[in-house]
Design a protein around this ligand. Structure first.
Ligand SMILES: NCc1[nH]cc(CCC(=O)O)c1CC(=O)O
Length: 328
């Protein structure tokens, strides 16, 4: 990965040990060790230690995410750890990091994004097919309302079924024949060394990706200027600009539960293009639009797109979903 910042922080405590907080999942640890290595390379005189914590999301594995709402499910314990000074910063999959952070914590850095797209992974009996040639009634595993709504729109003849658990568990259930195919993030599969299972990378015409998908977000205490400056050294500015626009868009639209919202962003020099979609869970209604502007206005662009989609009926779709989730 290339980094766009040169390391030049002011380290006031040269022997300080920096404690990195991470979830215990295999993917989380791979990501955290990568961050640790990047920092250790740039700051050989500092010590970086990894401290693992279980989050609520690691414990509740049998309830559909859409029902419990996933706000902070994978981040809360780590955030408490930072606020109580047990750890100094936390590494998250950016898409699991809520768009509003607790008082006293900030998104310190965003690292370079992997391919943000969704992938189709198939049972071996379908190796000769693509998503548009899977048979009628094929059972597709996904626990994301965003993937569900968009794919249902294009492929109403499939059966969609929730799938949770870590990636190994999900793959085992697929291979056992419980599903015909799964939709998973390309980035997670690649980081876990399962890139070979990616059967088809879904084009954005079929599935816009989740806000922040494929990037890591590093959170720390707002007043820890030393750690903040260390983390800036591994930030990837183009990814951060895209992430700021995407997160502002989601922040402006969401209403307290998992929502079928997708995005895609592109950079062309200093111009940022953000496309967003809001879809109903049945895939029947969707509103989609694009905004474009200077990267320095990334967050305003996100807000602008949210307002545009609201005028086109996004609020109605979202309110309906929020009511349904609360009733169940
Ligand atoms: N919601 C779970 C989750 N959180 C982060 C990733 C990995 C991909 C990423 O970093 O965006 C995944 C798995 C998936 O969506 O398939």
């Amino acid at each position: 990965m290339t980094q766009s910042h040169l390391a030049s922080p002011t380290i006031k405590s040269p022997n300080r040990t920096i404690r990195i907080g991470s979830r215990k999942s295999q993917l989380a640890l791979i990501q955290t060790y990568w961050v640790q290595e990047q920092l250790q390379k740039r700051f050989p005189n500092l010590t970086f230690e990894v401290h693992t914590m279980s989050t609520q999301g690691d414990k509740i594995l049998d309830v559909a995410l859409a029902k419990i709402g996933d706000k902070g499910l994978f981040t809360k314990e780590l955030e408490l750890g930072m606020l109580s000074q047990e750890i100094d910063f936390a590494v998250h999959s950016l898409k699991d990091l809520p768009t509003r952070l607790p008082e006293g914590l900030v998104l310190a850095a965003v690292t370079e994004r992997e391919n943000p797209a969704d992938a189709l992974v198939v049972h071996k009996k379908h190796l000769d097919k693509q998503i548009d040639t899977l048979p009628e009634g094929a059972v597709i595993g996904t626990s994301s309302l965003r993937r569900l709504a968009q794919l249902r729109h294009h492929f109403p003849h499939f059966t969609f079924k929730d799938v949770r658990g870590n990636l190994n568990t999900r793959m085992a259930r697929l291979d056992d024949g419980e599903y015909d195919a799964l939709i998973l993030a390309v980035a997670g599969l690649e980081r876990l060394g399962m890139g070979a299972r990616i059967h088809q990378v879904l084009p954005t015409e079929l599935s816009l990706y989740a806000v922040g998908q494929g990037a890591l977000g590093i959170e720390c205490r707002a007043d820890d200027l030393e750690v903040l400056s260390l983390l800036k050294a591994i930030e990837h500015v183009p990814t951060r600009d895209r992430a700021l626009a995407e997160r502002a868009f989601l922040r402006e639209l969401e209403g307290g539960c998992q929502v079928p919202i997708g995005v895609t962003t592109h950079l062309d020099g200093n111009t940022l293009m953000l496309t967003g979609i809001v879809a109903s869970v049945d895939g029947q209604r969707m509103v989609k639009d694009t905004v474009k502007g200077a990267t320095v206005r990334a967050e305003q662009l996100g807000i602008q797109l949210a307002q545009k989609l609201r005028q086109q009926g996004a609020q109605e779709i979202l309110s309906e979903i929020f009511q349904t989730v609360q009733r169940n």
